[in-house]
Design a protein around this ligand. Structure first.
Ligand SMILES: C[S@@+](CC[C@H](N)C(=O)[O-])C[C@H]1O[C@@H](n2cnc3c(N)ncnc32)[C@H](O)[C@@H]1O
Length: 267
């Protein structure tokens, strides 16, 4: 039976995790997460001049790309380190340190809200959806991307198998939508006032010239450096072997299925 979620523990854990990953995220995880920028742009109907909020903007590549295309974009993230990196790399967008649970904006401030690979990490997604509703203009769109079912995540699966083989790990703290079926999004979104939820699956590839950035991303994310040295080495060797099976000619291609969700503030 699932143990009850302690939302404060999840919130703290996520903050620590992404703060640890901030300095290298653009060289590691962004190789995967930038693949969905155009999906979000089209789903939220973002045009030159649109006012856009990016929730959980991380190191800023999503907000940066949308601003480069002419939108007026603000990114928020609760990790100060992520915000620092985003400022440095993407001066065309505005970035603020803020918690998605308490957005520092007036009601109806944005024409579109996007969130890329964040919602499944949230401790209290219902609270964040209410904030999305509040800051959207009537008629505004919300578009988000999250991972699809866990079995459809090649690189993550390769890493988790390596951890399971060598480390008797306790389950990591995670929020209510982590690994959830698409149907789980309907209740909290509808309760927030957002409507017309539409969810579809997209297949994307994390392409990389080498296994290293993918492996390093997960070692850092899983805080493997905190484990005894012999365990670290075993996990690294097995994870590398598992990831090698995704070689595609001279490089690597890791398939992932994601959910693209859209909803609107109708009134
Ligand atoms: C997996 S990263 C995604 C980063 C970026 N959106 C991307 O597409 O790669 C999740 C990000 O959400 C941020 N985050 C998680 N919970 C948050 C919250 N409650 N408020 C603000 N940011 C949050 C983390 O700090 C992290 O930068």
């Amino acid at each position: 039976m699932d143990s009850p979620i302690d939302a404060d523990v999840v919130h703290r854990y996520e903050h620590e995790t992404w703060t640890r990953c901030a300095a290298t995220y653009l060289d590691h995880f962004a190789g995967l997460t930038r693949e969905t920028i155009s999906l979000l742009r089209d789903a939220a109907n973002i045009q030159p001049g649109s006012t856009v909020l990016d929730i959980g903007s991380g190191p800023g590549h999503v907000a940066g790309a949308l601003a480069e295309a002419g939108a007026a974009v603000t990114g928020i993230d609760f990790s100060a380190r992520m915000v620092e990196v985003a400022h440095r790399h993407y001066p065309q967008a505005t970035f603020l340190e803020a918690d998605a649970e308490q957005l520092p904006f007036d009601d109806a401030s944005f024409e579109a809200v996007v969130s890329n690979f964040v919602i499944h990490h949230l401790a209290r997604p219902d609270v964040v959806f209410r904030e999305v509703y509040r800051v959207l203009e009537p008629g505004g769109s919300f578009a988000f991307v999250v991972f699809e079912r866990p079995e459809a995540q090649s690189s993550i699966g390769a890493f988790f198998e390596a951890v399971a083989a060598h480390h008797d790990s306790d389950e990591l703290p995670h929020g209510p939508l982590f690994g959830a079926d698409r149907s789980a999004y309907a209740a909290p979104l509808n309760a927030s006032g957002l409507s017309d939820l539409h969810v579809e699956t997209h297949d994307i590839l994390w392409r990389s010239d080498s296994v290293d950035p993918v492996l390093q991303a997960f070692l850092e994310w899983g805080n493997i450096a905190a484990l005894p040295q012999d365990v670290q080495q075993k996990i690294e060797v097995t994870a590398r072997e598992n990831l090698e099976s995704y070689r595609d000619g001279a490089s690597y291609a890791f398939p992932h299925a994601v959910l693209l969700g859209t909803a609107v503030r109708s009134g």
